[in-house]
Design a protein around this ligand. Structure first.
Ligand code: ZN
Length: 250
């Protein structure tokens, strides 16, 4: 049982990590990742940034790091969107009842979405897919949690989403009668790698604290195939570390 004191400021509407895009972009082709910086001045840091994501997690520094505390609850499934880049679940004002607590910092879940394969590599290899849970604190600080997904048993929570997955890009949809709990997407063991990076899509904003959970979660081959029909490869290339250190919790 986790008890959390929520201050009034902690309930402010989060915005940074839930942006829609005024300038279209893509993973490949003319608006592909190598061109993001020149598509829009707001995307400049995609090219000039020195702390970009994703990365290949190789050498790490083991450290005594605070445990990640996830506080999740079931809530009606709304705002499910196929945004043209992934399948995403958004949380609007007054925000989700879902929190990530790291030490003294409280982050509220703003959205989560999927990549195939994983954007992050671990020791030179990607996983079959990855889930990115994006959080924001009342002071505007953004944290991303990566759950690596590997082929195995079907995931019930993912199936709830896939059952209602919009097949073509469009607006957010409310799905009546369906409740989901993001806790169903997390591994039991939440030990992690952490590093400072960025949003891995335009505008590539830096200052994002990433927590990459070391324990993958299983997803069935059928569930991977269903996502791949919409998004066979929605990943940005690995970015240089530029001297950043990846810490690993014990
Ligand atoms: Zn992502």
């Amino acid at each position: 049982m986790t008890f959390v004191v929520l201050t009034a400021t902690a309930l402010l509407v989060p915005v940074i990590s839930q942006a829609q895009w005024k300038t279209p972009w893509d993973y490949e082709g003319k608006a592909g990742a190598e061109h993001w910086a020149s598509l829009d001045p707001d995307y400049a840091v995609c090219g000039s940034g020195k702390e970009q994501s994703p990365i290949d997690i190789q050498a790490t520094q083991k450290a005594e790091l605070p445990a990640l505390r996830f506080v999740d609850e079931s809530s009606p499934l709304k705002y499910l969107i196929n945004n043209g880049h992934s399948i995403r679940v958004d949380y609007h004002a007054p925000g989700s009842g879902d929190w990530l607590i790291v030490g003294d910092q409280h982050y509220q879940l703003t959205q989560f979405h999927f990549h195939r394969p994983s954007e992050e590599y671990v020791h030179g290899k990607p996983y079959d897919m990855a889930l990115h849970l994006m959080y924001e604190a009342s002071d505007g600080k953004v944290a991303g949690v990566t759950v690596l997904l590997k082929s195995g048993r079907a995931n019930t929570t993912i199936q709830q989403l896939w059952d209602h997955m919009p097949m073509t890009p469009g607006k957010e949809q409310e799905i009546p009668g369906v409740e989901i709990n993001p806790a169903g997407l997390l591994p039991r063991d939440t030990s992690y790698y952490t590093y400072m990076g960025s949003l891995s899509a335009p505008p590539c904003t830096e200052g994002v604290t990433w927590y990459v959970l070391k324990t993958p979660v299983e997803i069935s081959a059928k569930q991977i195939t269903a996502f791949a029909k919409l998004y066979p490869r929605n990943v940005r290339a690995l970015q240089p570390l530029n001297g950043r250190i990846v810490k690993e919790s014990r």
